[in-house]
Design a protein around this ligand. Sequence first.
Ligand code: NCD
Ligand code: ZN
Length: 344
Amino acid sequence: MTKTLAIRRPDDWHLHLRDGAMMRAVLPQTAAHFARAIIMPNLVPPVVTGAQAAAYRDRIMAALPEGMDFTPLMTLYLTEDTEAADVAAAHASGLVKAVKLYPAGATTNSASGVANFDNVRPVLEKMAEIGLPLCVHGEVTDADIDIFDREAVFIDRVLDPIRRATPGLRVVMEHITTSDAVDYASAQDDTLGATITTHHLVINRNHILAGGIKPHYYCLPVAKRETHRLALRRAATSGNARFFLGTDSAPHTDANKLLPCGCAGCFTAPNTMSILAQVFEQDGALDQLEAFTSLNGPAFYGLPVNEATMTLTKTAPTYPTHIDTDDGPVTVFDPAMPLDWSVT
Ligand code: NCD
Ligand code: ZN
């Protein structure tokens, strides 16, 4: 008999849906499997105000194909000009579920992010007061810090000082990539959560750089050495409520990935659940998959778990190698291993 696994329908706690033609192409890929997703605000221009988030949510709902059940959880992009009152109003109306902190220059479309953290102090204090989580892209941007060290240095120099200065602030360390981040998150109280992507559970930096450069494996934060990947696997499969899925599925057209200065991002929405089932089975932890994809995230955000169920079947999945968009093809993440779990 074919092995099956039923879990509550998953959510994605870190997703790039983009806008326009790209959004129309990638939104159904996420909505097919995920009930809700935290929608990243790094559009051009970024989603900074409550009014912009409301308009973006309306565009997402208008692009959602008839009959699909999906709720976008909106975020605001934190700038040094963000008004605490606007953030509080967007939260009070139920529109916004988190605020996103990009250190200026850290990643795709982060130019309007924060350079001087003192300038966002009033907003962070308001967020601590009202219980609105801060999602943090945790990398320093200093040119003299090696790119493979930028996450660990950020924890010491920025994250921990912000948390100490703002007691009660709920923080999500996003797309963690190091054992340093796993250790830090594991040692904190439940005001801290950490998301882990699909791809960081299956690739290390050799996948990007050994035997030729592989732009489709390039994302930020960049994948680290194998010891870090193994620490992420242990954290994700542990059942520890600190850790939950944020795919960071970040589509770019192949034309934009394959440039001399190509974009960062892996597009994992179509095969994430197949990859995760494989990973959790390999690690003898299929019984923890539901905690990682469907329980720990809602618990952190104070939202109900999904009532609907997803069934996974142990049969080889079929998914495209790329999807077509009106802007050109987008390559689907290659997990570099055969997969034998399908979403039914
Ligand atoms: C993201 C993107 O393309 O918007 N890229 C990525 O490599 N993850 C931005 C981000 O989350 O850092
Ligand atoms: Zn991202």
